[in-house]
Ligand binder design. Structure first.
Ligand SMILES: NC(=O)c1ccc[n+]([C@@H]2O[C@H](COP(=O)([O-])OP(=O)(O)OC[C@H]3O[C@@H](n4cnc5c(N)ncnc54)[C@H](OP(=O)(O)O)[C@@H]3O)[C@@H](O)[C@H]2O)c1
Length: 346
């Protein structure tokens, strides 16, 4: 059955567009102080979108960038030059589909899904159906909610971009963070020998999720030894290209995933540009990428969640009103694993 607006779902007849929801909203870019819990209209569903009743939403670095509008490249990428185009913050989501647009083919009301939403720190969020997958039955909403952004990035970095093969040696710099905790577990599941780099409070945790060896970056130097790696994932710490190349085998691959800091305009993307320019002239392959939000990647990740090879490392739980605290914790770097915002208990 279709509603007058072409929507299919439980809200038919009651007028989904007139209903309200609680959401974390920002009218301008800035620190976590710009975030407010407000009651606003539920979002309208476009033809290719679903409306999700949000159970949980993940907190990752991407939301910090969207909140602050930093580096400025983020604003130029289409998120809004002077203020956010979408005032509701949040990307990672898990929940239940409650309505679908007329062109949606892959989901129906009642489906439990996870993926990339358009403002998931809210009771309801819309998402393009191509950016969602069915939630694995053995994952909780909280586990699924922290997985899409970081997990698909780690999977792409290791496989499509890093071309990791069984028995290869991989160094994961930033192993305790959002992307890193998935990268360690995925690399082990793919049959690699894994060395992680993290801060001192996290080395035990990185070992516990499967790393064969862990460097504490405050007291040990991963580059100060004989070990060479087939693949280096550079996720945190912004090491120089020459240091990273120094631990790569002569035909090894460096994948620059990210790293905070850098200048306010570009976030220090010059390191990535230099790597790409140098790579054709040397034996090592130096590369970078921007992760895809396509459902094929989320479904590949879901297989690892289903098999139990990957178990999301959840740090702290927050409720919707506490999103500013969750983001301050992310800034301070004090979370063991990813923080999750629990919006509706399952
Ligand atoms: N390319 C893409 O498409 C893509 C997608 C997603 C994310 N990213 C980027 O990837 C980066 C990481 O994201 P995330 O969500 O994993 O962030 P995160 O959760 O904040 O993790 C950062 C990691 O870096 C480690 N770290 C901090 N300082 C370090 C140092 N000096 N040496 C070595 N490691 C250090 C942290 O270790 P401790 O916590 O133990 O100190 C932590 O493991 C961000 O810059 C993000 O924007 C890129």
């Amino acid at each position: 059955m279709q509603s007058p607006k072409g929507l299919t779902g439980f809200d038919q007849g009651s007028g989904v567009e007139n209903q309200k929801m609680r959401a974390i909203v920002q009218d301008k870019y800035g620190s976590a102080d710009v975030l407010e819990l407000r009651t606003i209209d539920r979002p309208e569903v476009a033809a290719n979108e679903v409306l999700i009743e949000v159970h949980a939403a993940g907190v990752d670095r991407g939301v910090w960038h969207l909140m602050t509008g930093l580096p400025y490249l983020v604003r130029l990428a289409g998120y809004g030059i002077t203020k956010p185009k979408n005032p509701v913050l949040g990307i990672d989501v898990a929940g239940r589909v409650v309505a679908i647009g007329p062109d949606v083919k892959r989901f129906g009301p009642g489906d439990e899904v996870f993926g990339f939403g358009n403002g998931s720190f809210a009771e309801y969020v819309t998402a393009d159906e191509t950016k969602l997958a069915k939630k694995p039955a053995n994952s909780t909403f909280e586990q699924a909610a922290v997985s899409a952004v970081s997990g698909t990035t780690a999977l792409e970095a290791l496989t499509d971009v890093g071309r990791l093969a069984e028995d290869e040696r991989v160094l994961i710099i930033g192993a305790s963070g959002g992307v890193g905790t998935y990268a360690v577990q995925l690399a082990k599941a793919l049959g690699a020998h894994v060395t992680g780099v993290s801060g001192p409070a996290m080395t035990d945790m990185v070992r516990s999720i499967g790393a064969d060896h862990v460097f504490d970056y405050t007291s040990e130097d991963f580059a100060d030894g004989e070990s060479k790696y087939d693949l280096v994932l550079d996720i945190g710490g912004r090491n120089s290209l020459s240091r990273l190349r120094g631990v790569l085998r002569s035909h090894g691959t460096l994948v620059i995933v990210g790293g905070e800091g850098g200048n306010r305009l570009t976030g220090g993307v010059g390191r990535q540009v230099r790597a790409m320019m140098l790579s054709p002239f040397i034996g090592q392959r130096l590369t970078t990428f921007i992760s895809s939000e396509h459902h094929t990647n989320i479904e590949r990740l879901a297989e690892f969640l289903r098999s139990g090879a990957v178990v999301p490392a959840i740090g702290r739980r927050f409720d919707l009103a506490e999103v500013p605290s969750a983001i301050r914790l992310l800034e301070a770097g004090g979370s063991r694993g990813k923080s999750v915002v629990v919006i509706r208990e399952a």
